[in-house]
Write a protein that binds this ligand. Structure first.
Ligand code: TLP
Length: 419
């Protein structure tokens, strides 16, 4: 989505804060700068300023992984405000420390205790028998599709669902299945929509096997499916013997916004994917939860795709840290998203609806110019957002963005639409 040259220009120097990492230095200069800072911190840690030998060692290890103590997290001083996605976050120092300390083993042999801990904790949270750590949300979803179907089958997905829209044709390429699309309202479809898409058992037709729901819905602007809406679709699906998969990449957001535990949202589904590398801020990974036998089968498909990872505990530790410490704070992202939509709603030339913001995604229409033009203008002011269609922009609040940043974004947008 973001090309190298775009990234370079977005990282232009900020004369006011030349010391910020990533601002105006070459990658080599950045490494040298980071190295210099790290050396300072090592000296501090060994000069008896309260760091134990164990912590010092952990810190040294964190350096091997590449420390980012000045990652600009939520302190309002970073020159760049990145709202392209909640995937852009960098691990916090505490998360890096947990990663540096992680106990690891060869996970393909089943020897990595940190991966196992993450899988067990995720399964428990989702109320499922087992879970499998995967490299990405895409992999978790595609493993689910593969596990529920045989080539020639059909799956029912909402027309804007990530599984259909953004996963590179995975269902066709990896599982040999057809996607039948349902048109939802901001990603939400009904039991009647589902039944309307079913066909009688007949050798002419593909077998319909699986229904996929996305909660929250990405292209639906972070829309939350209610338990009632899910129940209605489940009733229709079960009546026709269909399996149910939930793409819960942002299920954490739905839970925090509603107060409904993840396991309640997950209960109607056979399988659930969740992401650690979005709102929770972990650097890598997702998980697929479901019945033990299904997860064992998915483990085999994961290996087939080259997704068996060896000492994955290093990254799983980041995910585990995120799961334990970063869920509740999503409420901040939601408040920031609301504030952003309210600010933008007051600007001429834009159309934003704060009432439609339920979680951390804000979609707004640009009336005054093509959406990409506004994206470019904001970029030249150090603000990154994405055009998701010719007239619509998406901004995603995240761990790296604080309330103060929202005011800056609204002010920059006001200037950019006026110009
Ligand atoms: N979404 C990304 C992009 O791929 C569009 C984003 O920036 O929002 N399910 C949902 C609902 C998602 O939004 C995403 C990522 C995924 C699955 C896939 O996760 P990854 O990127 O880990 O493969």
């Amino acid at each position: 989505m973001m090309r190298g040259n775009q990234r370079r220009s977005a990282n232009r120097p900020d004369p006011a804060r030349p010391w910020r990492a990533g601002m105006g230095r070459s990658p080599f200069q950045n490494s040298a700068w980071a190295y210099h800072n790290q050396r300072l911190r090592i000296m501090e840690s060994f000069s008896g300023r309260g760091l134990s030998w164990e912590n010092s060692l952990a810190f040294l290890l964190s350096i091997c992984l590449g420390s980012s103590h000045d990652a600009g997290m939520r302190d309002g001083t970073s020159a760049l405000i990145d709202l392209r996605s909640d995937t852009v976050t960098k691990p916090t120092p505490a998360m890096r420390e947990a990663m540096a300390r992680a106990e690891v083993g060869d996970d393909v042999f089943g020897d990595d205790p940190t991966v196992q801990e993450l899988e067990a904790e995720t399964a428990a949270l989702l109320g499922k028998e087992a879970a499998l750590y995967t490299a990405s949300g895409t992999m978790a979803n595609q493993l689910a599709v593969r596990g529920h179907t045989e080539p020639g089958d059909e799956i029912l997905v909402e027309a804007n669902a990530h599984i259909y829209y953004y996963e590179a044709g995975g269902p066709a390429a990896l599982s040999g299945v057809m996607c039948r699309c349902l048109n939802g309202q901001r990603g939400v479809f009904t039991g009647a929509d589902l039944e309307g898409a079913l066909r009688p058992a007949d050798p002419h037709f593909p077998r319909t096997r699986l229904v996929c729901v996305e909660n929250t819905h990405n292209r639906g602007g972070g829309k939350i499916w209610s338990l009632g809406q899910i129940k209605e679709v489940e009733t229709a699906a079960r009546k026709h013997g269909l399996q149910m998969h939930l793409d819960g990449a942002r299920l954490w957001n739905a839970s925090v916004a509603t107060g409904i535990p993840e396991r309640d949202f997950a209960a109607p589904f056979d399988t659930v994917s969740v992401c650690f590398s979005k709102g929770l801020g972990a650097p890598v990974g997702s998980a697929l939860g479901g019945p033990k036998s299904f997860i064992e089968r998915a483990r085999r498909f994961r290996k087939m795709l080259g997704g068996g990872m060896r000492q994955a505990g290093i990254i799983a530790a980041g995910a585990l840290f995120a799961l334990r410490h970063h869920r509740a704070r999503l409420a901040e992202d939601h408040a920031n998203a609301k504030a952003l939509a309210s600010g933008l709603a007051g600007l001429r030339g834009l159309e934003a609806d704060p009432a439609a913001v339920e979680t951390n995604l804000v979609r707004f229409r640009v009336l005054a110019m093509p959406a990409q033009q506004l994206v470019d203008r904001l970029k030249s002011r150090g603000i990154l957002v994405l055009a998701v269609s010719a007239d619509t922009i998406r901004a995603v609040t995240n761990l790296m963005v604080c309330a103060e940043d929202i005011g800056k974004v609204v002010a920059a947008a006001a200037e950019a639409v006026r110009r």
